[in-house]
Design a protein around this ligand. Sequence first.
Ligand SMILES: Nc1ncnc2c1ncn2[C@@H]1O[C@H](COP(=O)(O)OP(=O)(O)O)[C@@H](O)[C@H]1O
Ligand SMILES: [Mg+2]
Length: 355
Amino acid sequence: MALTEQMILEKLNEIHAPGSQMSLVESGAVRQLEVEGTSVTIVLAVDAPQPSTAGEVKTAVEEALAAMDEVETAAVTVHPLLTTVQPGPAATPEPPPTWADKIPDVRNVIAVASGKGGVGKSTVSANLALALAALGHKVGLLDADIYGPSQQIMMGTTEEPKGDPEGKIHPVEAPGGVKVMSFGFLVDPDQPVIWRGPMLQKALEQFVGDVLWGELDYLVVDLPPGTGDVALTLCQNVPMAGVVIVTTPQDVALVDARKSLHMFRKLEVPVLGIVENMSAYECPECGHVEHIFGAGGGRRTAEELETPLLGSIPLDAAIVIGGDTGKPVVAERPDSPAGRAFTELARKLSQGDSE
Ligand SMILES: Nc1ncnc2c1ncn2[C@@H]1O[C@H](COP(=O)(O)OP(=O)(O)O)[C@@H](O)[C@H]1O
Ligand SMILES: [Mg+2]
């Protein structure tokens, strides 16, 4: 008589599931069953009140199958279901460490986000990090913009991060004393990289947990624009002190800034406020102030969304040069209007923080 799955199931129906009145079949323990000629492959998952339980079930099944004339070979795998293991000090599985567990000495994670690209998120992140450091804080800067990392250039780093044999990464110490880690150190910035979900998650986890950030008052995270995977993954895994949203004053950017703000509120990440960048241009020759991207948009949006306007950064050619040459304006020209605006932003953000 040819061997069928039904015959095996009937046999398994005679064997009790551990700690239960039901059979292995009734209790749903059979996860896989394959019959090929006279060979049987079975995978079971059972409640395992004792460490020996899975082994006992395996033996019982193998013996039952050996007693069947139709079966010549049988491969039996039994997985213990850890989640239903009876409580007992030795049997309770350790929960895996969270990302936050890996950075116990990082006091405040501040994300810098924007709805749109090109509004100055990286410029604000770099200058904010340096301004916080100049105020005496220990600061790290994580460039998590996988699509267009730029901090390896903006912060004027001259080295690469170094790995150690334990798989930890030493961040680069940039001028101004800020520890920097950027996706730009890993990938060729000119080559587009497609990060798939699990790979991205893993890379981000490493950037947070495997980088030796050490003791930090602030870890500033330069997020990619928009409300994508990176922002979501970080917010769900790292407790944030809050997020700063950068926008330019023009309407199109403000619409996206609002979207971004709503997403963070949904994720229950505190929105610390809005930074209006490229807010006005003061002619260095005549002092005339021109609102190239419109006037007061940041303030109106902040009021409308009931969030503070943390600062307005003027449009200044020195910012472009500073960014391109790795000498951010707040370090190079701290007394310029832009330099002062960034210091003021750092002060506002660090005020009220008891550290
Ligand atoms: N306030 C500003 N004045 C003049 N140029 C600015 C200002 N803020 C940013 N920029 C320039 O605009 C460009 C985009 O800024 P960046 O910080 O890279 O934006 P994002 O990270 O949002 O894409 C850069 O060349 C930068 O130097
Ligand atoms: Mg950027």
